[in-house]
Unconditional design. Structure first.
Length: 147
């Protein structure tokens, strides 16, 4: 079963991430109280799986993710995949491209993490997310065209 292992928010830019037991995700904005939340932006919430962090010997939160998952291959998610996490609904919107900031954590981490940096999501439905909440894939509703 896929679950939320850790939740993080940035109280201010460039400050260490703050771990929280629960957080409110706000539709078309991001994680409430996070300095990186932006209205109408595809980069609202960053997800990465614990398994990738563990394989690279990285502590959760160090690469500034909002949600560390467990039991689901986040990096294999297609763009457009919807995820029900706690009370909220997210949509995978972009691959998170490694940036130069990763080199401050460990030399050559930017190259090492390529393809495993996580996925960025938009918040479609507001709701509270807690550690240990289930993560479920949700099928996109198919719009029917009428003639």
């Amino acid at each position: 079963m896929a679950t939320v292992r850790h939740l993080f928010r940035a109280p201010r830019r460039r400050l260490p991430m703050q771990e929280v037991a629960e957080a409110r995700l706000v539709a078309e904005f991001g994680l409430e109280g996070c300095a990186h939340a932006r209205r109408d932006n595809k980069r609202q919430v960053l997800l990465i799986d614990y398994e990738s962090l563990d394989a690279m010997q990285l502590e959760p939160g160090i690469i500034r993710e909002n949600i560390t998952t467990e039991g689901i291959a986040i990096n294999a998610m297609p763009i457009g995949q919807r995820l029900r996490i706690g009370e909220s609904l997210l949509e995978v919107s972009a691959v998170c491209t490694p940036c130069d900031q990763l080199e401050k954590i460990r030399p050559s981490l930017r190259r090492e993490i390529r393809g495993r940096r996580g996925m960025l999501c938009r918040v479609l439905e507001s709701g509270v997310v807690r550690t240990r909440d289930r993560i479920e894939r949700v099928a996109r509703e198919v719009a029917l065209e009428t003639a």
